[in-house]
Design a protein around this ligand. Structure first.
Ligand code: SAM
Length: 278
């Protein structure tokens, strides 16, 4: 789902507030990507060409920091503008910016890409178009390329501590950080209302409507609701279980999933999937 209106709205919000958006990759995720890129770099003599699926400035900086060439592709020009505010490094000679669609990367020739990075990127591709997406990734990479994608996932089994009231109470006992509380309620607690198991989509509009309902019923304080509602949006994400996600990516090569250690939600709600392209 390209959803240009929603990404334009998010970009405008970033441009106005100049704040780092809540959906930016955190330090632990970036450290894992740094490690993976460093290893790939050690295995080759030439400068790595890294395709970044999205404008994501933290990933672009990481590429420059490690002397790679970043090829950044995003369909939304305003997201590149918003990303520019958060850049730490600049080297136009080592960066290519493409305003385009990941499903048709015609600007990139076959086998040109050594590494692919993305932060919730494939969560933005409809299930029905995932085959085309993987085909395009296969075309632009080569045997031995690596693909490292942080993906939002959904637990295959019920997780009682991710239920709304359990998460809220844990947050009130300071056992969950605000980010963890947000992530759990945003991507798990309201699956019954917001997840379509056929299309594999989680509809943020439904999630935020459910949160509004919780507030109306007195289940959230004004501060708690204001915090969660401040992140409101209407993105429709494609979300798989860890196993489904791994099986899909295995089409490109051997795939393993890494769960960062610090945030509790990472165990079952977000992993980094690493593929060694065969
Ligand atoms: C990569 S995702 C998630 C945001 C990411 N976590 C970050 O910090 O930037 C969001 C971006 O994907 C872009 N996008 C979604 N579907 C796309 C597609 N098919 N082709 C190109 N860009 C796409 C949107 O325009 C948006 O800027």
């Amino acid at each position: 789902m390209l959803q240009p209106e929603e990404w334009t709205r998010q970009a405008m919000k970033i441009l106005q507030s100049k704040a780092r958006p809540h959906f930016a990759p955190d330090q632990e995720v970036l450290a894992i990507h740094r490690q993976l890129l460093t290893t790939a770099k050690q295995e080759t003599e030439r400068r790595l060409r890294v395709l970044i699926l999205g404008a994501t400035p933290e990933l672009a900086d990481l590429c420059l920091e490690l002397d790679c060439h970043a090829v950044r592709v995003d369909d939304n020009a305003l997201m590149f503008e918003a990303a520019a505010l958060r850049r730490q490094l600049a080297d136009p000679a080592r960066e290519t910016i493409i305003k385009g669609n990941w499903l048709d990367l015609w600007e990139i020739a076959d086998n040109q890409i050594d590494f692919v990075l993305g932060d919730s990127s494939l969560n933005n591709v409809p299930h029905a178009q995932m085959g085309q997406m993987l085909k395009e990734l296969k075309r632009v990479t080569h045997a031995g390329s690596r693909i490292a994608l942080r993906q939002i996932i959904r637990p295959a089994d019920h997780v009682p501590e991710y239920e709304f009231k359990a998460a809220r109470d844990a947050f009130r006992r300071n056992e969950l950080s605000p980010q963890e509380f947000y992530f759990i309620t945003r991507f798990y607690s309201f699956q019954a209302e917001a997840y379509d198991p056929v299309a594999r989509t989680l509809d943020a509009t439904q999630v935020f409507a459910a949160l509004q309902g919780m507030f109306a019923e007195g289940e959230l304080t004004a501060d708690e609701f204001a915090f969660l509602h401040g992140r409101a949006g209407c993105i429709v994400h494609t979300i798989y279980t860890r196993q489904e996600q791994q099986e899909l990516l295995t089409e490109l090569g051997a795939c393993r999933a890494i769960a960062p250690k610090s945030a509790c939600y990472f165990r079952d709600l977000a992993n980094i999937f690493v593929v060694e392209r065969c």
